[in-house]
Design a protein around this ligand. Structure first.
Ligand code: NDP
Length: 283
């Protein structure tokens, strides 16, 4: 260390004012003794190309992308990781030499958290949702060798699109159009709510999955990070199921990005408490 120049990373988004990633990543910089800065930057959609060129010009070590830039950023990068290419979206860009490489850490973060509980290889999975988070999780689970995946989604068209992405990588990929509800079949090992149902402030909203047939057996996961203990996970725990919350997934995707940028393993406990504090301040 030395001198006055810091290494820079950032998040580009719009809206971005409420994005809590800076609190999480800067807590990890502090814990690791790194003199880096994480900037929260509002970037208009039509200025994204200029923002990426600016990041190159100013030697940023990388940046996160959030709504609405995750897909649009792809054309401004030099190459993509295999999962990011399959997902078709990038949430984390890493500078490697002169190149900007697009990664997707959303699915990888979920997978890392899931692996801490059970190995996904050979699992039968039910995935609720077909948006950005569901695509990222679905692709990573497929690459991790799940035996079957049933995508349940309200919009049939979006569900079919994700089914088509997964089909070449999963022996048994199915798509179900969500009507009023879906009973998760016996034999399912992992159930994921990858929709925003239950996200603050709609904390009483009900995830339309019936877990009766997998009670006491399946691992139940929720992507919603705030609040981490969602109604869905509370009901799953009451049915005797092991659970995985969206806050852990968020910390894991942050950990992976941090390691890609810095080469240093971050203090994930510090990251989790920083996020909890940030959510408490904004809730
Ligand atoms: P998208 O807008 O891309 O997708 C939303 C998905 O939720 C769609 O499948 C949509 O269905 C479905 N959905 C939304 N409301 C309902 C409803 N009332 N009933 C049925 N289905 C519904 O959003 P994202 O995938 O980007 O984000 C989804 C959630 O994931 C958010 O809560 C976000 O905070 C969380 N997330 C968490 C991360 C983490 O690290 N923990 C990382 C990234 C996201 P349809 O296609 O029919 O519209």
């Amino acid at each position: 260390m030395g001198g006055f120049r810091q290494e820079l990373v950032a998040v580009f988004g719009k809206p971005v004012d409420e994005n809590p990633t800076q609190a999480m990543i800067e807590a990890a910089f502090a814990a690791a003794g790194l003199d880096w800065r994480y900037l929260t930057i509002e970037v208009e959609p039509d200025a994204l190309g200029d923002a990426v060129r600016g990041a190159r010009a100013m030697g940023f070590r990388g940046f996160n992308c959030t709504i609405p830039h995750k897909v649009a950023v792809v054309e401004h990068l030099d190459r993509l990781s295999q999962p990011a290419a399959l997902i078709g979206a990038v949430n984390c860009v890493v500078r490697e030499g002169d190149e900007l490489v697009g990664e997707n850490t959303d699915g990888a973060g979920f997978l890392a958290a899931a692996r801490r509980r059970r190995d996904p290889a050979g699992m039968h999975v039910v995935l609720l949702g077909a948006g950005g988070a569901a695509r990222a999780i679905g692709v990573e689970l497929a690459l991790a060798g799940v035996a079957s995946m049933t995508v349940v989604n309200r919009s049939a068209e979006r569900g079919r699109e994700l089914g088509a992405v997964l089909d070449p990588h999963v022996d048994d990929a199915r798509v179900v159009e969500l009507d009023v509800g879906y009973t998760v079949p016996a034999g399912t090992d992992l159930v994921v709510n990858a929709t925003s149902i239950g996200l603050y402030p709609d904390v009483d909203a009900r995830v339309p999955l019936d877990l009766t047939e997998v009670a006491g057996r399946a691992l139940i996961a929720d992507v919603v990070p705030n609040p981490p203990e969602t109604r869905f996970l509370r009901e799953a725990a009451a049915a005797g199921c092991e659970t995985l919350d969206g806050l852990e997934m968020l910390v894991e995707q942050g950990r992976i990005g941090f390691e890609l940028w810095t080469g240093v393993e971050p203090d994930t406990a510090a990251m989790r408490s920083a996020l909890q504090l940030a959510f408490a301040d904004s809730s």
